[in-house]
Design a binder for this molecule. Structure first.
Ligand code: SF4
Ligand code: SF4
Length: 382
């Protein structure tokens, strides 16, 4: 298992993590067996958005005796009313649902209190101006929440939240399809056929800016919808008309700036294993470029995707990392200290580029890498 630091929380989370939706309807024994399977393979991070009391209790039983082995992301504003899940912004219902979560998990804290999803700017504003964020901050002061997060599908909302300084973690939907889409308040549009009916080019700049902002400010991202609800794994359902493998989807998400972990919702241990396989996968198995390059309607051109397909560089430069660190700097005069340090510890630097052009022949997205190395040399000084 690969472990990553979840932004400024400092938490060391497994890159492959568990969403809870796959546990719905299972017996307590089956949920415990799933946790056993995950734990044995190094998974230490779990997201619990569900308010279903039975599921919460089953997860509590699965955590019994090993609460400290798991980093738990529990959702605020997710309630259970009249036998079904409901999102709320009512502070009393939110608090009651949170108390219920702690009681059923048989714990007195969650590591991340995730404010359940906000896709509209007005909703985020209401969370900030109303009672929800102060409630989360009070729970944090009491030690019942260690860090505050927000889940969203809208990069415009997520950007405001990240820049507010009041959340440490962002749960965000990331996959190569959604990344093509402009920001919007209607989550359904992310997977609607009409949204993919006309040509789309390159990652939406707002999304790219969001990931870079999170990395720069230390807002740790954990990913949801990495398979696009399963559509990306199917040639028939994928907007691309091509199937990606679970490992390729994981690789795509885990190579976005700021991303520490992917929450994978799994019904079976085979599905869990398919995601965990990312850890031991070869570079060729992780490489998603063949599945998204060469399409007519959807293209990524001249823009680094951090895919690593250009490797190996003749002198050993990690081109994807150089490009990423370059993009994480607002300008030549504004290089964040953390980025400067990450660049410094690279084994080879952009200034060593001999301009052989080998990498450009390997890049499926026609990135002008030699020019990029020249710009990075100017920015970092070597
Ligand atoms: S330069 Fe091209 S091949 Fe290399 S990481 Fe970027 S997009 Fe991928
Ligand atoms: S052109 Fe520069 S970055 Fe590309 S392979 Fe050659 S030395 Fe490496």
């Amino acid at each position: 298992m690969e472990y990553r630091i979840l932004g400024r929380t400092g938490l060391r989370v497994s890159a492959v993590a568990l969403g809870c939706e796959g546990f719905v309807g299972k017996t307590p024994e089956a949920v415990r067996a799933d946790f056993d399977y995950a734990a044995a393979r190094g998974v230490n991070f779990v997201d619990i958005y569900a308010s279903d009391p039975e599921l919460r209790s089953n997860i509590g039983r699965a955590l019994a005796g090993r609460r400290g082995d798991f980093i738990v992301q529990g959702h605020l504003c997710s309630t259970w009313e009249e036998g079904q899940y409901l999102r709320t912004r009512d502070p009393e219902k939110t608090l009651a649902a949170f108390e219920d979560l702690l009681a059923r998990l048989e714990t007195d804290y969650v590591d991340i209190g995730m404010i359940h999803y906000a896709d509209q700017l007005s909703d985020w504003q209401a969370i900030v101006d109303g009672p929800i964020l102060p409630l989360a901050e009070r729970l944090k002061a009491e030690g019942r929440i260690r860090h505050i997060g927000l889940s969203s599908h809208n990069p415009a909302v997520a950007q405001q939240a990240a820049e507010s300084g009041r959340i440490d973690v962002l749960m965000f939907s990331i996959n190569p399809c959604y990344d093509l889409q402009p920001a919007g308040e209607d989550v359904e549009a992310l997977w609607a056929d009409e949204s993919y009916a006309s040509a789309l080019h390159n990652i939406d700049p707002e999304r790219e800016r969001l990931y870079e902002t999170c990395e720069r400010l230390g807002v740790g991202i954990d990913v949801m919808k990495v398979y696009g609800g399963g559509d990306l794994l199917s040639e028939a359902n994928s907007p691309f008309g091509r199937a990606l493998t679970p490992v390729q989807c994981m690789e795509y998400a885990l190579t976005r700036p700021g991303v520490a972990a992917v929450m994978v919702g799994c019904r079976t241990t085979a599905e869990m294993q398919a995601a965990i396989d990312w850890c031991g996968a070869s570079a060729a198995e992780r490489d998603y470029t063949a599945a998204i390059a060469g399409m007519e309607r959807f293209t990524w051109q001249g823009h680094c995707m951090y895919c690593g397909h250009c490797a190996p560089c003749s002198v050993g430069i990690d081109i994807a990392s150089v490009n990423k660190f370059y993009n994480l700097c607002p300008s030549d005069d504004d290089i964040p200290e953390t980025v400067r340090e990450h660049y410094r510890v690279l084994t080879h630097h952009a200034g060593e580029c001999i301009g052989c052009g080998r990498c450009e022949r390997n890049c499926p997205f026609d990135v002008e890498i030699v020019e990029g190395m020249r710009r990075a040399t100017k920015r970092f000084g070597y």
